[in-house]
Design a protein around this ligand. Sequence first.
Ligand code: PLP
Length: 379
Amino acid sequence: MPFAFLDKDLLDKNISSLLNRAGDKKIRIATKSVRCTWTLRYILDHHPRLQGLMCYSVREAAWLATEGFDDLLVAYPAFHSEDIREIVPMLKRGKRIYLMVDLEDHLRQVNQVGREENVRIPVCLDLDMTSKFPGVYFGVYRSSVNNKEKADMFFKTLKKYPFVHCRALMGYEAQIAGLGDNVKGKGAMNAIIRNLKKRSVKEVALRRKEVVALGQRQGVEFEVVNAGGTGSLETSRQESWVTEVTVGSGFYASHLFDHYKAFKHLPAAGYAIEVVRNPQPDIYTCLGGGYVASGTPGKDKTPIPYLPEGCSFIENEMAGEVQTPLKHKGGKLELGSPVFMRHSKAGELCEHFNELVIVSNGEVVDSVPTYRGEGQCFL
Ligand SMILES: Cc1ncc(COP(=O)(O)O)c(C=O)c1O
């Protein structure tokens, strides 16, 4: 200890329920929420509908391509020519890789590299899926293309860039996929969020449909129309023009994804810290443990004690840099025994550990490297 673990049996169950939730849609795996090539292969091998990876950096996509992965959609833009150039050898070897774009500056940069390398570089338009309601910006700030008119302009602009090949569209409805609507003790807020989600679903579906049609009219042949994330499978799958949905967090099921009304996944991954002190009868202090997640700072970004049951944080300390004191009711914990914790965000767990200990039937069966364990750090 400390070590990170992945329970293969729970992962299997999560994969099955995610396949069910996605209906007949293909599922692209969001690598940011996995960050371990063993797990990526394990998931991809599970079912033919699990297909392709959504990467979070071009350097990562280039590395994964050399590791034998294919069909890589880089979901966030690359700007510098050196980064864009990374994927060119892989494209020339026949790998399917798409770069994300939404501004003409992106197109110009990609086109320049394509011209220098004499290759048409496949790109994906990122369509903003925010819903704007009176007084509420229901969504995230990512793409500049947030309506049909801008999308139409984008498709027209493409014609100026012969080394750019637009083959994909991605619309990530973060406000539906990534926002819990069943948070304990937040009844009124949950009701508001569920209502906003309901309204947003209709609106974003129409936007995606219209933009696909616009692109097709401008001669774009979409190989991929990507939608959603773990929290939106039930709605994203309903759009016939969507060819695939994305899932990342649902595989490990980190605790941010405990708070959705429509589904429950099982806590497949987490980490163990060791009890090293017992300053008061019911207080046990563990070594390490302070792996707080990114995003708006708040209690939902701290890890949570998982097993043994009955552990809770000390409000003034929470999960600490080198020590994590826990209150435990319900029996003595021995020095040297583990306390299992769950991370808030799935993939970030792997940034703190070189290995994932694979558990099955309550026993350790293997240990596999994370991205970090393979010496890879992208963001
Ligand atoms: C573009 C995009 N698609 C899909 C997802 C969904 O990932 P997850 O299933 O891990 O929530 C994300 C998460 O941020 C994303 O940025």
